[in-house]
Design a protein around this ligand. Structure first.
Ligand code: ATP
Length: 203
């Protein structure tokens, strides 16, 4: 089973693109959603977060994901520390998920950070979703009901789209000139044939 990562900056349209892959029957592992589920269900992770951040990490006895988001978008050191803590749990969960999909030609792992977290090393291929910055800002403002400045701050904390483009094997352009459905269909055909080969993990 070919492991394909899919990543992109905030509001680039990763999740939207993954939904299109799902209509073609491709299983998608949504890393951020699974991490949130693990915060709630995995006692070892919850207690590691509590040990590190103290009671401020809890709200009504549950992990406060808004607090963690502010840490993730805080200083690089804070973000690294959080990722180093959470990543092994998500990694193990993802490995189990992959084992239950071994019969598939390929699967997708959607994550906002694949290169920064090092998790690309357990993937064979990475797809990047890119979108014009203005469109990303507008979409996130509408989706999250936040200000332009807040979106810009989050964009500035992430890898630039130019750098991302140099690291990915394939790019999907989610702008108003290209159909994402057509691009996904083409890539799907390609990945089905790609998976006939045995690729090493990325380094
Ligand atoms: P994040 O990293 O913030 O989770 P994302 O990269 O997963 O973002 P999406 O959630 O897929 O991005 O898209 C951001 C918003 O833009 C969503 O509300 C989505 O519905 C909308 N959107 C994305 N792509 C398109 C498109 N091609 N046409 C219309 N709306 C779109």
């Amino acid at each position: 089973m070919l492991r394909v990562g899919i990543t992109g900056g905030i509001g680039s349209g990763k999740t939207t693109v993954c939904r299109v892959f799902e209509t073609l029957g491709v299983p998608v592992y949504y890393a951020d959603t699974e991490a949130k589920r693990l915060y709630a269900e995995n006692k070892a992770l919850k207690s590691a977060l509590l040990d590190t951040y103290g009671p401020q990490v809890l709200e009504n006895g549950e992990i406060n994901t808004l607090f963690l988001r502010s840490v993730a978008f805080g200083s690089k050191d804070d973000a690294d520390k959080l990722n180093n803590l959470v990543h092994p749990f998500v990694f193990e969960h993802y490995e189990n998920w992959c084992a239950s999909h071994e019969d598939r030609a390929y699967t997708l792992k959607e994550a906002a950070i694949l290169f920064e977290s090092g998790s690309f090393r357990r993937l064979h291929r990475v797809v990047g979703v890119v979108s014009p910055q203005e469109l990303r800002i507008e979409r996130v403002m509408n989706r999250d009901h936040c200000t332009r400045e807040e979106v810009l701050l989050r964009i500035q904390k992430q890898m630039s789209q130019g750098e991302l483009a140099t690291k990915c094997h394939y790019l999907i352009h989610n702008d108003e000139n290209h159909s994402i459905v057509e691009q996904v269909r083409e890539l799907h055909k390609f990945l089905l044939s790609d998976s006939l080969q045995t690729w090493p993990f990325m380094t």
